[in-house]
Design a binder for this molecule. Sequence first.
Ligand SMILES: [Zn+2]
Ligand SMILES: [Zn+2]
Length: 209
Amino acid sequence: MMSEKETTGAKADAEMPAYIIEAARSGRAKCKTCRKPIAKDALRLGVMVEGPFGYGHMWYHLVCAAKRLFDRLEEAYAQKAWENAKDVPEDIPPLEVLAVLKVEADKKRAEKRNLPYVELDPSGRARCKHCDELIERGSVRVVIGRSVEFGQQIRTTPINIHPGCAADALQSPDSTTEPDSLADDLRENSKGVDSELLDAVIHEIGSLY
Ligand SMILES: [Zn+2]
Ligand SMILES: [Zn+2]
């Protein structure tokens, strides 16, 4: 829902710009992607939408827009949307800087794929994190979670292993993949893998315990 206080006017307005890039005039609007308030003076992108009470702008942190709505942000830049601000902000970052955020966010999203899963090795360059041997291109690899420390935080990172190494790798203390539900989880998460092949892999892993 729109934040009524910050939307601009209750009726359709032909003059209303499709995009605004500005320093937030208050701290009341919430960012539509991260749902946190946009602090006063923080740069934000407004995207015009038609709501139940007419037209208004939905607001996004400029950085959040880069990560989630890059196409719209590109359009806003092409239209010089900062010229629609009441006070034109000075320190607008170049689009190339925001594009880097988009690429990083896309990468992070791809890494967030649900673990564990089975896939065919695409490159032949990955090493099995258990035995350290290369995984042959086109052969099956199992991707499970391992906990890794990043500074103060512990995060799960995906690691590639041979099916034949999976049973041992799952016993490792830093494994974050649950052996008991492994078969079900692999069936759920391994989209696009032939089901007979998947069954064979699950059988192979199970027979090693
Ligand atoms: Zn945000
Ligand atoms: Zn291995």
